[in-house]
Design a protein around this ligand. Structure first.
Ligand SMILES: [Zn+2]
Length: 398
């Protein structure tokens, strides 16, 4: 009895976490004794909070917010453990923020954990090594970068107008690609369009890609207010005549892997291995036949002068995977996958073509992220890195 009483502090069970639904994020508040310590570990689909010396009432609780599906409380000997299930994902760089505050009453403390997929890496880019110069058979690569919308068409509206945001990022992509020796053709350099008629405007943009190596269209998304909290993150589209399931490439590291030391510079350039051409498929999605049995490249006709449409689709899909992978690596944004769609600019292009949706202007937090210059630097860098990796590793030689 005396022993039980002496562990009275342990036996005092913590109150259950308090959950709040805020615009764009979920707030979890744990009321803790003043001297309590904690450890927080992001596990991808869950955030684990370990509380040494604390006691909780074990149980499973459903919450059903976009950012918090529910939580589990467990007692592991003298440790209490809280596991928060985070549908939008948590990593060491993203998905959650914590702070501690004094208790509202008494001398305890509050551990506040905010959860949102729109908590991303908006810090300035580190000093990056020079881009490698990429070239094909002695000629420069030429890439068309399309800043979506413009002139009379503003695109999506949010904390920033989509057409202005698209141009900001297109200019950054141009700067990064030019520094690697790639010729860049912008579809517009100011707030203009080729024509007030949408179809004519898009056809002119597409026509610029004739004879070039690839086409990248840059856009930002928006959704209806009812889903504004739920939808955030990056997605990249390629054209497919039939709807295919999205797939989810892994984020690529921000910094390039150093080339092997023993080789001379020219060999080293050629020896760079592709990193994760296509990452793991969505665990919930069955691969389509195309996923399982890609057409062997050597069995396809030369891409010039008129690229075979199946070959163009495959290359576009690979390009989309590269660009999404590096953009995710640079931003730590939510991975919404490589998707197929029937958009004009990716359908009617004669060369491999993708459309990047950088994020959702309608999301309360992501919309604000897309106003931050450092974040746009990261997106621009990621798109450019993805394009360069594609040009070096996947571009067919002529
Ligand atoms: Zn758009």
């Amino acid at each position: 009895m005396a022993a039980l009483l002496s562990t009275g502090a342990l036996a005092q069970s913590l109150p259950p976490p308090r959950i709040g639904d805020q615009p764009g994020f979920a707030r979890v508040v744990l009321d803790l004794p003043k001297e309590a310590t904690y450890q927080i570990e992001p596990l991808g689909a869950a955030l684990r909070v370990t509380l040494p010396g604390q006691t909780v009432a074990p149980g499973l609780h459903f919450v059903s917010l976009p950012e918090l599906a529910g939580y589990v409380l467990e007692q592991h000997e003298s440790q209490a453990v809280l596991i928060l299930f985070t549908p939008q994902g948590v990593t060491p760089r993203s998905g959650y923020k914590t702070m501690t505050l004094a208790a509202l009453q008494g001398d305890g403390q509050r551990l506040v954990i905010d959860l949102s997929g729109a908590f991303v890496d908006t810090s300035p880019l580190p000093t990056l090594p020079e881009f490698r110069f990429v070239k094909a058979n002695g000629r420069r690569f030429a890439v068309v970068v399309d800043a979506g919308h413009g002139g009379p068409d503003p695109g999506a509206l949010g904390p920033v107008v989509e057409k202005a945001l698209n141009l900001e990022v297109a200019l950054r992509v141009r700067r990064f690609l030019q520094s690697a020796g790639v010729e860049v053709i912008l579809t517009r350099e100011s707030d203009t369009a080729f024509s007030p008629d949408k179809r004519t405007d898009l056809a002119q943009r597409v026509a610029l890609a004739e004879g070039k190596d690839l086409f990248v269209s840059i856009h930002a998304n928006a959704t209806v207010p009812a889903r504004a909290d739920a939808w955030c993150g990056l997605e990249v589209y390629y054209y497919s005549p039939t709807a295919t399931r999205p797939f989810f490439p892994s984020p690529a590291p921000l910094l390039p892997a150093p080339p092997p030391l023993a080789l001379d510079p020219l060999d080293a350039l050629e020896a760079v291995q592709p990193t994760q051409t296509q990452g793991p498929l969505d665990p919930g999605a069955q691969p389509s036949p195309e996923d399982v049995n890609p057409i062997p490249p050597q069995s396809l006709p030369s891409p010039t002068p008129q690229m075979n449409s199946l070959r163009r689709m495959e290359l576009s899909r690979t390009l989309a995977s590269r660009v999404l992978s590096y953009t995710l690596g640079a931003t730590a944004a939510v991975n919404r996958g490589v998707r197929s769609a029937d958009f004009f600019v990716i359908r009617y292009t004669s060369v491999p073509a993708i459309l990047v949706e950088m994020g959702y202007l309608s999301h309360p937090i992501e919309g604000q992220n897309l106003r931050e210059a450092h974040y746009l630097d990261r997106i621009g860098y990621g798109i450019a890195r993805g394009v360069l990796e594609y040009l070096e590793s996947d571009q067919p030689l002529e």
